[in-house]
Design a protein around this ligand. Structure first.
Ligand SMILES: [Fe+2]
Length: 172
């Protein structure tokens, strides 16, 4: 069979809603990675990807928080049916509700590349934690693995500068 899979968006979003899972990988080839993601209410971290990304809102609305070169935070609001291109290296945080869905395309990571996930203090905006991951297989849901470490550690969630503790799962 030729490698030409077809992804049914409706079927996949229904499957994610029913199972409660957050990610369904459509395919991973030598070059490209495509997946559909369901929103995570708790999402607070910024992802730094060695690959470019493009994100299309399939259902609902997304607030893509991102950090400009000077470190300040801004938000791009995307409505259903819109696509955004986010170049490699831009810290970005896709925030959308649990009943909204996003189609995401990236390239497969090259040998030696590492993704990073950064959290910032909700009080003073200092960086409080960073997780590094080698993303070799997206079906392992690297975003969830990064959060396991962050949620389970009070020191990881405590700001060195102002001592505020990040609320973790209760972040809004
Ligand atoms: Fe702080």
């Amino acid at each position: 069979m030729l490698p030409m899979p077809i992804a049914d968006h409706d079927a996949i979003t229904e499957e994610l809603a029913e199972t409660g899972r957050y990610v369904k990988v459509l395919w991973q080839s030598d070059d490209t990675l495509m997946f559909i993601a369901r929103g995570r209410a708790y999402r607070s971290e910024f992802h730094i990807n060695p690959s470019d990304e493009h994100m299309t809102v399939l259902k609902g609305e997304m607030k893509l928080h991102y950090r400009k070169p000077d470190g300040s935070e801004d938000i791009a609001v995307l409505k259903e049916g819109e696509t955004i291109y986010t170049a490699a290296g831009i810290p970005h945080s896709p925030r959308f509700p649990e009943d909204a869905f996003l189609l995401v395309g990236e390239r497969m990571r090259r040998s030696g590349e590492t993704d990073s996930f950064q959290w910032f203090c909700p009080n003073c905006d200092a960086q409080i934690h960073e997780e590094f991951f080698v993303v070799d297989d997206y079906t392992k849901d690297p975003v969830s693995r990064a959060y396991d470490n962050f949620f389970d550690s009070i020191p990881a969630r405590t700001c060195d500068k102002c001592h505020t503790v990040h609320p973790g799962r209760d972040f809004e």
